[in-house]
Design a protein around this ligand. Structure first.
Ligand code: ADP
Length: 541
């Protein structure tokens, strides 16, 4: 017998419908790409998204068609998402930090029909447009006054484009299982692969994330997502905030410490989210200026490991509460939250930061396991390293156009490509990407653990560990450090700092100082580039 409850469809545009109805005057504030601060509301955003959807339909966009966005976090980008999905289309977020050739590759692979881009990307698009045959029209996310003269096909400024629609429109009817968004993984190995989110997966993911032990965002919050809309769904914030009526503060293209701090203060931000490199920049700014946060309470971090020393710095020096999470594009993206289970509720000081530096436990809706090379589950004892596999309502079951083939194991679990331990309390500790693990004498060394410990050493700004070939041990760890120019540490000081903190045989064989550590388009340390850069390096002795 079937239940007799309504099949209320889990569609993304329900989020903006709700926000417009219940929180119509709640503000969305942007540091615009053109410069000035722009204020709008959820009510206005919905109205303009309806016009955008109407225009897309008039331009011939059909359900399932991909519409690319190449843009920073702004209100227009947010409107574009709701317009695209409201027209039955699929928003395809393109990361502007990718190389032009990579952008060409993914736009062609996605067969985007319309490309919506920030003003600043017009010169880039002009260089590659003749290699983007599927794009019929470029909508530049600006107004007529700022619109540059351009030969881009069908180019139009966004404001004029939506002004030509009256907004008397109903969202195009789609099924909740239909595709809503497309985001390519960075493709550090092989070609990028498209993760195709459905309305249902996005909506469930947003609900599943915003629990009291998860994002815990409420109507009273003012949220500043530093994490871009193009980085794995902005970790759900573009849906979660309207779903609860939180104020949104969008930083545009300026993600440096000074610009962020100014917005935190002027817009009375209470919650922010971003990757570690952004927070390292903010911390340096705060310390150098002796600055404080007046309203900011919570700092959410993910995308790469966040060491205990940085958690301690934000918590003790600046009075914030830091939440550390792990996830990936293929998981919509959140996989674990670093909340304290009741057994750890009374932790404080070093013990608290050490637990917060773990990646946390999986929330409801995310099943996890670690397996050995034979695919058999490994114990949750906090010691056994295994490949981390996941399943859930917002986990991919295959890549766009079948890239990569069958990606699930016999039980329907997806291999994350991460290596982890899970402790008896369910807390995950990511030790490495499987392609980055260092195998020494048949055992694994966790580069993340060594990096986290190194960053705690005074004078170390950033640290990366890579494996270097060794005649006896196969590989040995090399530590690469960006020193604080004002007070650079010595090689010995760094190694002395590490000695009591990691297993003896994990101690790097050498330390190399560099001006900068290379990062990927999503802000992760690029081990690939580092290994390339140090390929001729020979360990001492
Ligand atoms: P990409 O940068 O490849 O586009 P994602 O942003 O999806 O991809 O990155 C996912 C990967 O980032 C994870 O598989 C994991 O290796 C790493 N990662 C994410 N969060 C954390 C974290 N908190 N600690 C350690 N590694 C993390």
């Amino acid at each position: 017998m079937r239940g007799l409850m309504q099949d209320w469809p889990l569609l993304i545009h329900k989020a903006i419908d709700y926000a417009a109805l219940q929180f119509g005057s709640r503000e969305v504030v942007t540091r615009s790409v053109e410069g000035p601060i722009v204020r709008t509301t959820y009510g206005a955003i919905r109205g303009r998204a309806l016009k955008g959807a109407q225009r897309l339909v008039r331009d011939g966009v059909k359900p399932g068609d991909r519409v690319a966005t190449l843009a920073w976090n702004t209100w227009r980008h947010l409107e574009a998402w709701y317009a695209i999905t409201g027209a039955g289309g699929v928003y395809h977020t393109v990361n502007p930090r990718l190389f032009p050739d990579q952008i060409v590759w993914i736009v062609n692979h996605a067969e985007d029909r319309v490309l919506m881009a920030d003003l600043t990307f017009v010169p880039l698009l002009e260089k590659i447009a003749d290699r983007l045959p599927t794009v019929e029209r470029y909508v530049i996310l600006t107004d007529a006054a700022h619109m540059p003269a351009t030969g881009l096909r069908g180019a139009v400024d966004y404001e004029s484009w939506i002004a030509s629609a009256d907004g008397d429109f109903r969202w195009v009817e789609v099924d909740e299982r239909d595709a809503a968004g497309l985001c390519y993984t960075s493709g550090t190995t092989g070609d990028p692969k498209g993760v195709l989110y459905s309305h249902r997966s996005n909506l469930l993911h947003s609900l599943g994330c915003n629990t009291p032990d998860g994002l815990a965002i409420a109507a009273r919050d003012a949220v500043l997502p530093v994490v871009p809309l193009f980085h794995a769904n902005s970790w759900s914030l573009a849906f979660t905030c309207p779903m609860v009526g939180a104020k949104l503060v969008l930083p545009g293209s300026k993600l440096d410490g000074a610009s962020l701090h100014e917005l935190f203060e002027t817009e009375e931000v209470t919650f922010t989210a971003g990757v570690p490199t952004v927070w390292i920049g903010l911390l340096a700014h705060m310390r150098s200026r002796g600055a404080r946060f007046s309203t900011l309470k919570r700092l959410f971090v993910g995308g790469s490991a966040f060491p205990a020393s940085l958690i301690a710095a934000f918590e003790t020096e600046f009075g914030l509460s830091v939440s550390h999470a792990w996830g990936m594009t293929e998981m919509s993206p959140i996989g674990t939250f670093g909340a304290m289970k009741p057994a750890f509720a009374s932790l404080s000081g070093e013990a608290l930061w050490a637990r917060k530096a773990l990646q946390g436990y999986a929330p409801f809706g995310v099943d996890i396991k670690i397996v050995g090379d034979d695919g058999k589950p490994m114990p949750w004892d906090g010691a056994a390293f295994g490949r981390l596999l996941v399943a859930g309502f917002a986990v991919t079951k295959g890549y766009f156009k079948g890239a990569g083939g069958d990606v699930l194991d016999a039980d329907g679990f997806f291999d994350t490509g991460d290596v982890a331990t899970i402790d008896p309390d369910g807390y995950v500790r990511i030790t490495d990407r499987s392609k980055d693990v260092i195998k020494s004498g048949g055992e694994w060394i966790s580069s993340i653990d060594v990096e986290n410990a190194a960053v705690g050493c005074p004078g170390v700004v950033e640290a990366a560990v890579i494996g270097v070939a060794h005649p006896k041990w196969t590989e040995r760890p090399l530590l690469i450090v960006v020193p604080d120019k004002a007070k650079p540490p010595t090689r010995e000081a760094v190694l002395d700092h590490l000695r009591p903190r990691i297993a003896k045989w994990w101690l790097p064989d050498d330390v190399q100082f560099v001006d900068e550590i290379p990062h990927t388009a999503t802000g992760k340390i690029s081990k690939l580039t580092l290994r390339e850069r140090f390929k001729d390096y020979r360990l001492p002795g």
